[in-house]
Design a protein around this ligand. Structure first.
Ligand code: GLC
Length: 651
């Protein structure tokens, strides 16, 4: 009896975690109770679609499915897959299966969808498996429930190294207690991880994010899955996960360490890096994007400052070997080989900085085919355009390198980095101040981007925030730049914090593919949450806790779920951060690209480090809160090894 009202149901979905990535398996437990006074006959059908090829077509052409009757498991393989041809995907139920199907077309029926599949009107599934199908995995089990009786169905979906391993997993989860054990273990793992820092503030929506959701988003989606509805990726972005893992320094520093070593191994001998790459083959792109390589020294400096773990600097990691880009090439997709030469992580960082310290006509670093803002790929494509944001970022990176050099006992190198930093700051102040804020960049022909005199994108958030975050901006100017950003880019009426304003529409020369987004969408002058968090962090650095929290509150997805109206406008999940929120006419306040965004990590750091002020530096702990004036205070527990610190702050 499909959807019978007499049946009480409870569904639990679980991806077990065992010390990290966990087995590649997903479990769903359905618990049913017959609440009526007569027996009920029930059937449960589980359905999944495979994506086992590089495209839908490849999946259809190459997937071969089989039913293993003894083990009661439906298996599927794509032998043609270049990397996963040996692996087996599987689906199973922990009860006798009365029918199954690997044929999506017959399951759905002609002109029908998953809302009303034809198979649910038939007494059994088709039993078709094999090659050449539009493949799926559907399994059905049927049974009777006496009045008051309960039943449990556990569905498994996963992939394994072999059919044997798949069978073993299915067998293990056939035990009635197996789900419970995996569930408890998984909950305990997350509790321990997410419980490293626990806060109680006057704003419950902040506690929810900081204590649970932000780090969950970072680890499960950004670091492990690297995929979302909007981008079914799987690749590592060089700059992306290096930022993400810095939010894990309290909870899982070993994840950060491991990722830093991985990232270092994606650096070419010449110092530049893969913009993104796909494990396990390592295929990815070599580009002229200018900031990627600098995120390595940035992350290493932060990691070492926090953990005090100098040993990472001495780890030996190989470079990649690949042909250089030709003068005509902006990028190339290739599968580079790990070269023979292994050098220390410190040297990887030094090479990145040496390569990243370029100089354009005003002495600022070249923007190349994009910096943090990927879409500005034409600003400096001819090799002369400069980036002011990148200059501020370099100021921060040079500071980190000076610190690392000092810690490793090379004071001359530390001094050289410090001098370089000061000289760069001078060049920025001499060429990038626009009167009330800093420019964003200069085109190849010298035309400024982000100037009061520009027709579009008159002011951009990035250089204003980073003049403060880098600690390098002239204090008076940096403060004024932040004021200008707040005044022109923060829109309390629309609850948006814009990346720049007004959006690009007709500007010539074109800044790049960013102009392809409708004005007010994504990087083109909508709310780009990643950058908006930087504004909040910068306000906190200037001691403005109330304003910093006001900005963060605007970005808090839970706050968007308070009124029915804004829920409908926002349309995406209220418990994870979205990369962007639209400002396009008719769609103001609509969320886009949720889950898979680097802003979750930065929001966590903004709250924990900048506002609540928890700073860990090796063996010392410093508390330097910058909180809203109206807060009565907050409580924070911090766990490190066996020690538990309970901190109470009264305002
Ligand atoms: C996307 C990219 C990120 C980039 C940002 C801004 O989130 O993954 O690397 O910095 O967009 O363009």
């Amino acid at each position: 009896e499909h959807n019978s009202h007499a049946i009480e149901q409870e569904l639990t979905v679980l991806v077990p975690v065992e010390g990290g990535g966990g087995p590649p398996i997903k479990l769903q437990r359905l618990r049913m109770k017959n609440d009526s006074s007569r027996p009920r006959r029930l059937s449960v059908t589980t359905y999944a679609e495979w994506a086992l090829g590089e495209s839908r077509e490849a999946t259809e052409m190459h997937v071969v499915s089989t039913w293993d009757d003894e083990a009661q498991v439906l298996l599927a393989r794509n032998r043609y897959h270049p990397e996963y041809g040996d692996r087996v995907a599987f689906a199973a139920i922990n009860r006798p299966v009365d029918s199954f199907s690997a044929d999506r077309t017959s399951f759905l029926g002609r002109n029908r969808t998953l809302a009303n599949p034809a198979a649910l009107e038939r007494v059994a599934l088709s039993g078709r498996t094999g090659a050449g199908l539009d493949p799926c995995a559907a399994l059905r089990t049927a049974f009777e429930l006496a009045p008051g009786e309960t039943a449990e169905v556990v569905c498994l979906l996963g992939q394994a190294e072999s059919s044997d391993q798949a069978q073993a997993l299915v067998k293990a989860f056939a035990e009635s207690t197996a789900f419970e054990i995996a569930f408890d273990r998984t909950k305990a793992w997350w509790d321990e991880t997410l419980g490293a820092v626990e806060v109680h503030t006057p704003e419950l929506s902040v506690d929810f994010l900081v204590n649970r959701w932000l780090l969950y988003q970072v680890l499960s989606c950004r670091v492990w899955g690297r995929t979302g509805v909007y981008q079914s990726g799987g690749a590592f972005g060089f700059r992306d996960q290096l930022q993400d893992v810095l939010a894990l320094l309290h909870a899982r520093p070993e994840v950060a360490r491991e990722h830093i070593l991985l990232a270092a191994s994606r650096q070419f001998r010449e110092g530049d890096v893969q913009h993104w790459w796909h494990p396990p083959s390592g295929a990815g792109t070599r580009t002229r994007i200018s900031d990627d390589l600098l995120w390595l020294p940035y992350a290493v400096a932060q990691y070492v400052r926090h953990t005090g773990d100098l040993s990472i600097l001495g780890e030996q990691v190989p470079f990649l070997d690949a042909p250089l880009l030709t003068d005509e090439q902006h990028d190339a997709y290739l599968t580079p080989q790990a070269g023979g030469e292994r050098v220390s992580v410190l040297e990887h960082c030094q090479r990145a900085v040496r390569r990243g310290l370029t100089r354009g006509p005003h002495g600022l670093p070249l923007i190349g085919t994009g910096d943090w803002n990927d879409g500005m790929d034409q600003v400096g494509a001819q090799g002369r355009g400069e980036s002011v944001w990148l200059a501020w970022f370099l100021v921060d990176v040079l500071d980190g390198m000076a610190d690392l050099s000092g810690r490793t006992g090379v004071p001359e190198a530390a001094e050289a980095y410090r001098m370089e930093r000061l000289a760069l700051i001078d060049r920025i102040e001499a060429s990038a101040w626009d009167g009330a804020w800093y420019l964003r960049a200069r085109f190849d022909d010298g035309t400024p981007v982000g100037s009061a005199a520009s027709e579009e994108a008159k002011i951009d958030l990035l250089p204003q925030a980073w003049a403060t975050l880098s600690g390098g901006g002239d204090p008076g100017r940096a403060a004024m730049a932040l004021e200008s950003a707040v005044e022109r880019l923060v829109r309390p009426d629309e609850r948006l914090v814009l990346l720049f304003d007004p959006p690009f529409d007709r500007t010539t020369p074109s800044p790049g593919y960013i102009r392809g987004y409708p004005p007010g969408v994504r990087e083109n002058g909508g709310q780009y949450t990643h950058a908006a968090v930087w504004l909040a962090a910068a306000l906190a650095r200037r001691g403005q806790g109330t304003r910093a929290a006001d900005v963060l509150r605007m970005l808090n997805p839970i706050e968007r779920a308070r009124e029915v109206d804004s829920v409908w406008r926002y349309t995406v999940e209220p418990y994870v951060i979205s990369a962007d929120v639209y400002r396009a006419p008719g769609r103001v306040g609509q969320g886009g690209w949720s889950w898979y965004t680097g802003s979750a990590a930065w929001m966590y750091r903004a709250w924990v480090e900048e506002l609540l002020g928890l700073h860990v530096c090796g063996d010392s702990l410093r508390l330097d809160p910058v909180i809203p004036g109206w807060w009565s205070g907050f409580r924070l527990t911090y766990r490190r090894g066996e020690a538990l610190y309970e901190i109470q702050v009264d305002n």
